[in-house]
Design a protein around this ligand. Structure first.
Ligand code: PEP
Ligand code: MN
Length: 341
């Protein structure tokens, strides 16, 4: 028993009785109100519920049907919620007709550069400013980010441009600090299966941009989303950023087929990050266009004013002019697939 579909006549009282019954079995109910029906997702280990127990719920007042979901993820599944999830952040919408673009440097390096990039990406039509203050670097000797100072610059750039902030969390101990400055919390590829971190962000009230792990299958990625959602935070945005394959011509292999696969299997919005996907600035524009054509709900693009001297990911960063050009080239593609950019 994973999903309880209520009938049209179900009252608040009926719902409360069902939730109480679930609690008595050590389970929890999460309510999803669609335009047609109210559905209760059953959270917890439902595998131990016998058919007889399931039948005692099936006959309760207000219940139309009790169903099992064969997929291991429930709350993230389209079977649980058929309508697309739309996430609103300070007037920006992710998962709607308009395709928002998150742009900015890989890392916040200093105040002046961030202000400059923020102004330029805003003028070119970006919807969010990004930049890492806590960077997951392969080498412990490489630049690790400015920490809270970087977050302060992001907040200042946001105030100046009106662009909400997306920034990465690596350690649950930084959560309270990061929440003071960011509008969307990014979980990076390296932390996609950091389950304690996922549970922590699942308990907060800000949207989470969950990047696909370096070698994660789509199923594992959705299970990571499920971890966040199981704690009550339903505002999860998936971000395809490429996976490791045998190919070495690009930094990763950008799996654009995940976009239509996810549209079938989940109601969550899907953003594509061609910058980390290809790792080379001159390949970013073609893959950004392909992502929009494939149905992406958003893009994440690294932009730097001086990529040659960037402290991280300079080789894949667009200069502001190239970003501006890309934004205008994306317009007809978005239009062709019934979207706007
Ligand atoms: C980033 O967004 O700068 C980043 C570190 O990305 P990823 O986690 O996808 O490698
Ligand atoms: Mn980066």
């Amino acid at each position: 028993m994973d999903i309880i579909v209520l009938n049209r006549k179900a009252t608040e009282n009926d719902i409360n009785r069902i939730l109480k019954k679930l609690e008595s079995r050590g389970l929890k109910g999460t309510i999803s109100k669609g335009t047609e029906r109210i559905v209760i997702g059953v959270i917890g280990d439902t595998s131990k519920i016998t058919e007889d127990e399931e039948n005692t719920v099936r006959v309760m007042k207000g219940v139309e049907e009790v169903m099992r979901i064969l997929k291991p993820y429930k709350l993230a599944s389209r079977d649980f919620k058929s309508q697309d999830t739309i996430i609103k952040v300070k007037g920006r919408i992710i998962g709607g007709k308009k395709i928002p673009v998150v742009a900015g440097p890989c890392a916040v390096e200093n105040r002046a550069m961030l202000m400059n990039v923020a102004e330029k990406v805003r003028a070119a039509g970006a919807s969010f400013i990004r930049g890492g203050a806590y960077k997951p670097r392969t080498s412990p000797y490489a630049f690790q980010g400015l920490g809270e100072e970087g977050l302060q610059y992001l907040a200042e750039a946001s105030k100046k441009t009106g662009l909400p902030v997306v920034t990465e969390i690596m350690d649950p101990r930084d959560l309270d600090t990061i929440l003071k400055y960011t509008d969307i919390i990014q979980i990076g590829a390296r932390n996609m299966q950091n389950f304690r971190l996922l549970l922590e962000v699942g308990m907060c009230h800000k949207p989470v941009l969950l990047k696909r792990g370096l070698s994660a299958t789509i199923k594992e990625w959705l299970m990571a989303a499920e971890y966040i959602m199981s704690k009550g935070n339903q505002q999860v945005i998936l971000c395809e950023r490429g996976i490791r394959t045998f190919e070495t011509a690009t930094r990763n292999t950008l799996d654009l087929s995940s976009v239509p696969v996810l549209q079938q299997t989940t109601h969550l919005p899907v953003v594509v990050d061609p910058s980390h996907g290809v790792g080379k600035w001159d390949l970013v524009a073609p893959m950004a266009k392909a992502a929009v054509a494939a149905g992406a709900d958003g893009l994440l693009i690294e932009v730097h004013t001086d990529p040659e001297n960037a402290m991280s990911d300079g080789e894949q960063s667009l200069k502001p002019d190239a970003f501006k050009k890309l934004m205008s080239e994306l317009k007809p593609i978005a239009k062709a697939v019934g979207r706007e950019i």
